[in-house]
Design a binder for this molecule. Structure first.
Ligand SMILES: Cc1cc2nc3c(=O)[nH]c(=O)nc-3n(C[C@H](O)[C@H](O)[C@H](O)COP(=O)(O)OP(=O)(O)OC[C@H]3O[C@@H](n4cnc5c(N)ncnc54)[C@H](O)[C@@H]3O)c2cc1C
Length: 429
């Protein structure tokens, strides 16, 4: 039985690996010339680094199990997280409950309300109830307007841009629950996860086709017949899509398109991510939120600050800016984006000078954050569709959790199990 997996990111690679292990004939179709999707790497002054920063939490068990299964768990380096926020030109640590109690931009009562909201969200709030509220309403009600405006609004805007005020409270609460004191990075970067899975796929006899995009799902009545691609047609009994809903809708027809349209247009935004190699750290923190209106970006993630062996090395620093793909920023020339960011770094560290920058790269990706609005719990497309042989993963299936490598693996495992169940029933006829 022939299965085509559309997309060679972590989801597609995981599904292909599971199907091959169970004995199916599998081909991965990937439009790009490299595997890994958002988890691939870039070359920064001869150093291979993640295209987008990646860290992992202790609670991410699906990822940790997969890392053990494919033999890369020993590449995880666990560290205590260090977080801070910049406000009014000053930097305040917010890594521990004591830091929060000492956070002077808020009055003491507001600090207590901030801490109480985080604790209540982590332990008591119900997903079903929070799915009906926006994060803004929930936070204003439970922590107050000042806490919302000082802490949460800038964070939500940094991740969702113009959609910040319609993000669901259930999403925010799941993020709060996920935050942990210990996090890991992977030596070799997230691309190591993709390359290790790809090696397993090849070893099990899987076929990987790069530089070829799926352009249509071909049906025979209400069953899968094959895939149209930029290199011609492929016949298949099973198709597993790992594409975001807007991309999948653009290649779906007939009963598949009708089925997908019932889920009411799931929206995504893009990211412009600037990765800079600097001679010296810009701050001592792994994660620094820049909640200052006069700084053009919302945060700096310094991966080298996580690395115990990194103190004498140049630092790899990420500055992600989420925005719609028709925003001025998304269309701006890369050199202009770098100049704007480098020009603002001195507002974060007044010792910073341009000659600290050894190299910089800008990457732009279109489908990098799905917009989780209230009511999403009832609009999640299942992995199994009414089209016989067609299965799908979609980031809304992670909800209320955020997108992550862990969740891609978790949902890919579930989707592979459903696909194998279908294959077993078909072959028993
Ligand atoms: C800025 C940023 C920071 C992140 N930080 C973290 C983090 O710290 N920790 C963490 O766990 N996760 C993080 N993530 C999320 C993580 O990278 C993703 O959740 C994960 O890589 C998604 O994998 P995927 O396979 O589901 O999707 P993708 O990686 O998007 O893969 C989809 C693949 O499909 C291909 N494709 C699209 N259309 C077609 C077509 N028509 N035909 C064939 N192929 C097609 C694409 O080229 C792509 O390779 C981050 C993401 C971003 C953007």
């Amino acid at each position: 039985m022939k299965a085509v997996v559309v997309g060679g990111g972590i989801s597609g690679l995981t599904i292909a690996y599971r199907l091959l292990k169970a004995g199916l004939n599998v081909q991965i179709l990937e439009q790009s010339e490299v595997l890994g999707g958002l988890a691939r790497s870039v070359n920064l002054a001869g150093q291979i680094v993640d295209r987008h920063f990646h860290f992992f939490c202790e609670s991410e068990l699906d990822f940790r199990r997969m890392a053990s299964e494919v033999g890369i768990a020993d590449r995880l380096v666990w560290r205590r997280i260090s977080r801070a926020v910049q406000l009014g030109g000053k930097i305040y640590p917010i890594s521990t409950p004591m830091d929060v109690l000492r956070f002077t931009p808020l009055r003491f009562l507001d600090r207590l309300r901030f801490a109480a909201n985080v604790l209540r969200g982590r332990h008591f709030a119900s997903t079903r109830r929070l799915d009906k509220l926006t994060a803004e309403d929930w936070l204003k009600r439970s922590a107050g307007d000042v806490v919302y405006e000082t802490i949460w609004r800038p964070l939500l805007e940094s991740k969702f841009g113009e959609h910040a005020s319609c993000v669901s409270a259930a999403w925010l609460r799941a993020r709060q629950k996920m935050q942990q004191e210990n996090i890991a990075f992977i030596r070799g970067g997230s691309a190591l996860v993709a390359s290790t899975l790809a090696e397993r796929v090849r070893r099990l006899g899987g076929e990987i086709t790069l530089g070829v995009a799926a352009t249509g799902v071909d049906l025979d009545g209400s069953a899968v017949a094959g895939v149209s691609t930029t290199a011609g047609q492929l016949s298949a009994n099973i198709i597993v899509s790992t594409l975001p809903m807007p991309r999948l809708l653009s290649i779906a027809k007939g009963p598949l398109a009708e089925h997908l349209e019932r889920f009411g247009g799931l929206e995504y935004i893009g990211v412009v991510n600037t990765v800079i190699l600097v001679k010296r750290p810009i701050s001592p923190y792994f994660w620094l939120n820049t909640n200052d209106a006069n700084v053009s970006f919302a945060g700096i993630i310094d991966m080298t600050n996580l690395d115990p062996a990194g103190s004498d090395k140049p630092h790899v620093v990420y500055i992600p800016q989420y925005c719609p793909t028709d925003a001025e920023l998304f269309e701006a020339p890369k050199q202009e984006i770098i100049s704007r960011i480098v020009g603002d770094l001195v507002k974060v560290n007044n010792e910073f000078s341009d000659d600290w920058v050894l190299d910089a790269q800008v990457t732009k990706d279109c489908f990098t954050q799905h917009i989780c609005t209230p009511g999403l719990l009832d609009r999640i497309p299942p992995c199994k569709t009414p089209v016989r042989g067609f299965f799908m993963t979609e980031w809304s299936q992670f909800y209320p959790n955020d997108r992550s490598v862990n969740n891609s693996i978790r949902i890919a495992n579930a989707c592979a199990a459903a696909t194998l169940d279908f294959a077993a029933r078909r072959s028993s006829f």
